[in-house]
Design a protein around this ligand. Structure first.
Ligand code: UDP
Length: 449
């Protein structure tokens, strides 16, 4: 019986982390692991168990594509350029493998590879690294276009999207300026198509936070779904193992010296970028709040730069009160008792990591599913506030104080404690995600019989 699984992560941090956690989880259930990876953002095999096999799939991407800020165009280009090499490499592997392959597990955005795997006769499953809500949105996208919710009109921002409650028009995905709506719609449609033709959809979410959204997916799909999140809590792999940038561990010692729940942790994930003025407004907001902070300033956080120097006054104003790092060991930071709030872009991994550690959020979504996630954080779970409008120092200062020192922040923290408990329950023996993992492992083994 084949117990080897092939994993094909999409080479971006927010997709790599959950896919490697899934690999680690299934490895602990006795499956052998092979990772197909691109040259772009390739993993370091030394960070993983020796038994993992790593097989490069040449991506042949031009430097222009590699450095584009248009993530959607980048994903289309990857699909196009990897399809032929994927076919050759997978074909060779399937014909030579002594131990048979049980299944290939793709990221939902590797749409062009699914058909290839099917043709070669191997079973496939799809991991959607976002939540159930965003997958419902993928499925509803053609309808949203047809009904005129999209493209988003300024005059309609507060209108409700009756097909996807509680989202409003302004919670629908915002696109980067260089991305066309057609190109985005195609990405989503092809992702949904590949899910429908696979043997199962795996989701990094859990039943008690998105039960009606999961029911909706079950109604719309005729394949099994496996809500097995939070994956980073179920896997035994440390998240730093799949980090593309080296996390600055020294911030943990600094956190040790701070009072409980006093620090605002600020990070906008791996892809979001801003203009230089926004960076300066954030710096002023943090300085004027008078509160301790840990701020992740990635080398490419500001549009058009690959090295950022903060203004000199910032160091003087905040001396001893804050830390700026290029990359943090985020789940560890969020679990530190000194952290009282998380200013986030609301990427799904970051949102889930905050929920698991019970840290309330200040949300500033940038693009894609982040706006919808922010709506759930602020409106459904009521564990965060959204920073709307222009990024401006006064607003930032007030929002940070609300989250860290005011009663409103404490109330959100209390509700967060409930969510944290639910996240912990679902992965315990008999919990919904625990059972879904059992179900997934059994289903994979049954695929070949
Ligand atoms: N992350 C990290 N250190 C940082 C910032 C982010 O380890 O300084 C990790 C974070 O824990 C999460 C991932 O990078 O797992 C970002 O994924 P997310 O979905 O939140 O956002 P994306 O980067 O895809 O926009």
């Amino acid at each position: 019986m084949g117990r080897r699984l092939l994993f094909v992560p999409l080479p971006f941090q927010g997709h790599i982390n959950p896919m490697f956690h899934l690999a680690s989880l299934l490895h602990s259930r006795g499956f052998a692991i092979t990772i197909f990876h691109t040259h772009f953002n390739s993993p370091d095999p030394d960070n993983y168990p020796k038994s993992y096999r790593f097989i490069p799939v040449p991506d042949n991407l031009s430097d222009t594509v590699r450095s584009t800020k248009d993530g959607v165009a980048h994903i289309h280009a990857l699909n196009k350029s990897c399809q032929a090499s994927f076919r050759d490499i997978l074909g060779e592997l399937l014909s030579s493998e002594e131990e048979s392959v049980a299944c290939v597990i793709f990221d939902a955005h590797w749409y062009a590879l699914q058909a290839v795997a099917k043709k070669l006769g191997v079973a496939t499953m799809v991991l959607r690294t976002g939540n159930a809500t965003s997958f419902n949105l993928f499925m509803a996208f053609p309808l949203l276009l047809e009904k005129g919710y999209l493209p988003i009109q300024e005059s309609q921002l507060d209108a409700f999207v009756s097909e996807l409650p509680p989202l409003r028009v302004k919670d629908l995905p915002r696109l980067m300026i260089t991305t066309s709506l057609e190109s985005y719609a195609e990405l989503l449609a092809r992702g949904v198509e590949q899910v429908r033709t696979s043997s199962g959809l795996i989701l990094n979410t859990f039943d008690s936070i998105e039960s009606s959204e999961l029911d909706q997916i079950k109604r719309d799909l005729s394949i099994p779904i496996y809500p097995i999140g939070p994956l980073h809590k179920l896997s035994t792999q440390a998240q730093t193992q799949s980090s593309l940038l080296a996390p600055d561990q020294s911030c943990m010692a600094w956190l040790d010296s701070q009072a409980p729940k006093s620090v605002i942790y600020v990070s906008f994930g791996s892809l979001a970028f801003m203009d230089p003025n926004e960076l300066v407004e954030i710096a002023w907001g943090l300085a004027n709040s008078g509160l301790p902070f840990l701020w992740v300033v990635r080398p490419n956080l500001v549009h058009g730069s690959d090295r950022i120097e903060l203004p000199k006054w910032f160091e003087e104003e905040t001396h001893g009160r804050g830390r700026v790092v290029p990359w943090a060991p985020q789940p560890e930071v969020l679990s530190h008792p000194a952290v009282g709030g998380f200013w986030t872009h609301c990427g799904w991994n970051s949102t889930l990591e905050a929920i698991c550690e019970g840290v309330p959020m200040l949300c500033r979504p940038f693009f894609g599913d982040q706006t919808g996630n922010a709506r759930y954080v602020s409106h459904v779970w009521k564990v965060g506030i959204v920073l709307e409008g222009k990024v401006e120092r006064g607003r930032i200062e007030r929002a940070i104080k609300t989250l860290i020192v005011e009663r409103e922040g404490d109330e959100m923290r209390e509700r967060m404690a409930d969510l944290k408990a639910k996240a912990a329950q679902c992965i315990m023996a008999g919990g919904s995600s625990y059972l879904a993992v059992d179900n997934l492992a059994d289903s994979i083994l049954a695929l070949q019989t």
